[in-house]
Design a protein around this ligand. Structure first.
Ligand SMILES: Cc1cc2nc3c(=O)[nH]c(=O)nc-3n(C[C@H](O)[C@H](O)[C@H](O)COP(=O)(O)O)c2cc1C
Length: 365
């Protein structure tokens, strides 16, 4: 099944393997596309992923989470982004731009020392950030920033855009009862916590027209006491389905949750596909395609996930850092990705760009 094509919302994918969004640290200091970044996406396109989702691209300078991340908060980025999509398309690749605002999960040092903003003043213990609550006007400004980012994604030739609504970033912060303690249009109950995403989606749709595919990556579970739970997340997905979302990618966790979205040491089949029960719940209750992400390593587990109805597509991140041509290798009979989930690729501040450190260490040994 893994290598069966799938079509939805005008996208025609050759197979069910999705390169889940993965920050690359390959943009320049200002967030422009570089040749180094294009090299990676050409490798991924040649490698045969059915759908490539870019690393998260910044919709507004106030939402920067990491250095040298791709940016889409101004028209000055259009030429570079267009160059990127042209080169991927020349190799037959299908590529979506993931768009993000970091909210409270932004290190102040990347905001010129400014205090990060968030739905509410909920202390974030990993970065040790006390965010300030956004004003109503600021919330609307960020809605508009997402809409403009979608317009640019479409103009730059991306086949789709994906809202980063997972992992405790701004959209996820509004959805989560843990981080959203507001009592206004933007929070107070499940309905109002959904408003930010609803307005973002509507504003994006307004910019890109009725046919352009808008996808979302959503936390099926925040994995935090008082956080978003699978049933509420499913209701959100249903609402988005009614509004025309093209596909829902499932992930979970936040920066301070345990476990985290990127779990280490996935070495045995039973550790793989760690959001599988949520995938199955979503699949049972949705008609739009579901992408399941998190810990997929072996072909047998991926096939099983698709066969048992826990997903329509599987999303992988770390394995593609080590083996950008993994789909090709799996098609040729490889049983398992080489990734050992050591998470050394996540030492963002120390690495000059995101790469497989374990592979380099192995080669040096
Ligand atoms: C280096 C690195 C960068 C990541 N960047 C993003 C990102 O930009 N957007 C996103 O939604 N998830 C990001 N993730 C999370 C992955 O997309 C994925 O949800 C998670 O790693 C679990 O999948 P895996 O087990 O296949 O790695 C990143 C993960 C890693 C390791």
């Amino acid at each position: 099944m893994l290598f069966e094509p799938i079509s939805f919302s005008g996208l025609e994918l050759e197979n069910r393997l999705v390169r889940s969004a993965t920050y690359e640290k390959r943009a320049d200091e200002d967030g422009h596309v570089t040749e180094h970044l294009i090299d990676l996406y050409e490798e991924l396109a040649r490698g045969g992923a059915g759908l490539i989702i870019t690393g998260n691209a910044l919709v507004h300078p106030s939402g920067r989470t990491v250095p040298q991340m791709l940016s889409v908060h101004s028209d000055i980025y259009l030429d570079g982004l267009k160059r990127l999509t042209d080169r991927v398309h020349a190799l037959g690749g299908v590529i979506a731009l993931q768009v993000v605002h970091g909210g409270r999960q932004c290190p102040p040092v990347l905001l010129g020392g400014a205090q990060p903003m968030a739905p509410s003043e909920v202390y974030e213990p990993v970065l040790k950030v006390s965010p300030r609550a956004m004003s109503n006007e600021e919330v609307w400004q960020m809605v508009e920033a997402f809409a403009q980012a979608a317009r640019r994604a479409q103009l730059a030739g991306f086949d789709a855009v994906q809202i980063h609504g997972a992992h405790g970033y701004l959209v996820s912060q509004f959805l989560s009862p843990y981080t959203n303690r507001r009592d206004d249009y933007w929070g107070g109950d499940a309905e109002r916590r959904f408003h930010f995403l609803e307005e973002v989606y509507k504003a994006m749709r307004q910019e890109v027209g009725s046919l352009y595919p808008i996808l979302i990556k959503l936390n099926g579970d925040d994995l935090l006491p008082g956080g978003l739970q699978p049933q509420e997340s499913l209701q959100i997905a249903r609402r988005l389905q009614d509004m025309g979302i093209a596909a829902v990618e499932i992930s979970g966790g936040m920066i301070e949750s345990e476990p985290k979205p990127v779990r280490p040491n996935i070495l045995r089949p039973e550790q793989e596909a760690y959001f599988r029960p949520i995938g199955a719940l979503f699949k049972r209750n949705l008609q739009v395609p579901v992408i399941l992400t998190g810990g997929m390593r072996s072909r047998a587990v991926m096939e099983q996930v698709l066969r048992e109805g826990a997903a329509d597509m599987v999303g992988l991140s770390r394995p593609f850092i080590r083996e950008p041509n993994l789909p090709q290798l799996l098609r040729q009979g490889k049983e398992r990705a080489d990734c050992i989930s050591c998470n050394k690729c996540m030492r963002f501040m120390r690495l000059d760009f995101v790469k497989c450190v374990a592979l380099i260490e192995k080669d040096q040994a």
